[in-house]
Design a protein around this ligand. Structure first.
Ligand SMILES: Cc1cc2nc3c(=O)[nH]c(=O)nc-3n(C[C@H](O)[C@H](O)[C@H](O)COP(=O)(O)OP(=O)(O)OC[C@H]3O[C@@H](n4cnc5c(N)ncnc54)[C@H](O)[C@@H]3O)c2cc1C
Length: 490
């Protein structure tokens, strides 16, 4: 029997449309399927993402008829050891373009080269691989619209014809005893990886669920996507983001299904997928922007600090700012591990421009709670909203949380779903609860709030979660402050 290949799964937890499998089959008839639980990636993930990942791994294991080997440890050590232990011909991955993944793969590659085992990268989690397209001058794109034009011209491959039967899968139970400290377990067990009983409602995990979600959306709701996608009160977007994050479905599959659709819904959905590729491309060229401003001019921005700023941050995280659309969004994040795109923009704008706090604090909170938390899309979604990112979203575009709510949640249903204290307020009046009766005073936050859920006890006011808090800041005033600080940047 020829030496087996290893298929090292990472952000590609599926078996259809997976070019990696074809590359492995070119070298071998059989392969070992491996996933490494890497603490460096698990640590910043909250329970929604690790819980969803655990579910996706179980689904992949079931699709592989129980033949997914799960290893806990540092991949830099685990993969080369495993490859040597089973006498692997080669290790196959879909390329990672994030700052951490790229570096990790280079070290794994070097480590295995000493044993003559190549790391073979085939495909990526994107329709157009980061770094593939550039301007005529050979520089990376800095503006989305030009990137999208080039992206559409470049196009993408058709889905790869793969299934579970593309390779014969080795049974991990029949492997020779694996070297000492490799901690292996069956995905069914997944002891420390989320999925606690108090987890938020997660989408059903795995490839079959991803395909089901996409096909149902395509067949039942797709035609109104361009018109309704900005409405958080409706189920009007694909909700594919968690599946795309873990590669339960590849964007190529979606784009292929859209190939004969010329209408506005298809055009807008293609654009959204282009944003995903664009941000991955930006992060590929500027890995520093995972932590730093894309536009260095913003390094001089003044932020609020001190106890009031911390209390405001806590109120924002807990969904207790007194601005209903902001609070609904922040509670949806805690409740579902997901937030509608329009509301991500509104809540991010509120943190950076109404509370004058740095974007990376909000981005870290999102990354902890989002089931689709993705470094490129999240950090650059935040930077775009804060005004320091690509496309020079003008800093003076400060989202008004009240008019945004009235426009995009016109009947108030989204707010009432997530803010039970306001369920008695009908229609769009829910976006201005202070306008009912005597005007509530504006005051600074000084009550205990929790970022991890409602405060269960509390004496009065906004610490009492049965009472909806008055606004913690005056939007009109803070807008002026935000613009003044922007003006200081020179
Ligand atoms: C502050 C902020 C943080 C964000 N953080 C993330 C994140 O961590 N992970 C993430 O996947 N998306 C992030 N986004 C982008 C966007 O909000 C989500 O992709 C979208 O809400 C997911 O819902 P959907 O799958 O129903 O989207 P749909 O409208 O159905 O779009 C289809 C797909 O296109 C991609 N897409 C859509 N909009 C964007 C966008 N603006 N940027 C990049 N890709 C996009 C996503 O992969 C999405 O699944 C963020 C946006 C903002 C403003």
């Amino acid at each position: 029997m020829p030496a087996p290949a290893i298929v090292w799964f990472r952000r590609d937890l599926r078996l259809t449309d997976l070019p990696t499998l074809l590359a492995a089959r070119d070298r071998s008839t059989h392969a070992l399927a491996v996933f490494v639980l890497d603490d460096a990636l698990l640590r910043p993930s909250g329970t929604p993402r690790t819980g969803f990942l655990a579910g996706c791994l179980r689904a992949l294991d079931a699709d592989l008829d129980g033949r997914l080997l799960l290893v806990r440890g540092d991949p830099v050590e685990a993969i080369p050891r495993l490859a040597r232990a089973i006498g692997a011909d080669s290790v196959h991955v879909s390329a990672d373009f994030g700052p951490y993944g790229r570096q990790r793969d280079e070290v794994v590659e070097t480590e295995m080269a000493a044993s003559g085992i190549p790391l073979v990268r085939t495909g990526s989690p994107y329709a157009v691989t980061p770094g593939r397209i550039s301007t005529k001058a050979g520089t990376p794109y800095k503006v989305f619209t030009s990137y999208r034009r080039a992206w559409l011209e470049h196009g993408w491959r058709s889905p790869a014809a793969t299934t579970v039967d593309t390779l014969a899968w080795l049974d991990p139970a029949e492997l020779p005893p694996l070297a000492g400290s490799l901690r292996c377990s069956a995905p069914g067990a997944l002891p420390d990886v989320g999925n606690k009983r108090d987890d938020p409602a997660l989408p059903p995990p795995g490839e079959a669920a991803a395909l089901r979600r996409w096909r149902t959306f395509r067949d039942e709701r797709f035609s109104g996507y361009d018109v309704h996608r900005d409405r958080p009160d409706r189920d009007a977007t694909t909700r594919l983001s968690p599946y795309l994050k873990f590669g339960c479905i590849h964007p190529r599959t979606v784009l292929h299904d859209l190939r004969d659709s010329a209408g506005p819904a298809a055009s807008v959905l293609r654009s959204e997928l282009a944003w995903r590729d664009f941000y991955a491309d930006v992060l590929f060229h500027r890995p520093d922007t995972a932590r730093r401003n894309y536009n260095a001019r913003f390094d001089a921005m003044r932020y609020d600090a001190g106890p009031d700023a911390e209390a405001a941050f806590d109120a924002w995280r807990a969904g207790r700012t007194g601005y209903p659309i902001v609070d609904a969004g922040m509670r949806q994040l805690l409740g579902e591990g997901w937030m509608h795109n329009r509301v991500r923009m509104i809540t991010a704008s509120f943190l950076t421009k109404d509370l004058h706090l740095p974007w990376w604090r909000g981005a870290r909170h999102f990354m902890k709670h989002l089931v689709d938390g993705d470094l490129a899309s999240n950090q650059h979604g935040w930077q775009w909203t804060a005004g320091c990112g690509t496309d020079a979203a003008p800093y003076f575009r400060v989202f008004n949380p009240v008019t945004q709510g009235e426009r995009f949640d016109p009947d108030g249903d989204y707010v009432r779903r997530w803010v039970p204290e306001l369920r008695h307020v009908g229609g769009k009046a829910v976006h201005r609860p202070w306008a009912r009766g005597a005007a509530a005073p504006l005051f600074a936050v000084n009550g205990p709030v929790s970022a991890d859920g409602p405060v269960s006890t509390g004496a009065t006011g906004y610490a009492d979660t049965s009472v909806y808090p008055p606004p913690i800041v005056d939007h009109a005033e803070e807008r002026v402050v935000a613009l003044a600080r922007f003006g200081e940047l020179g």
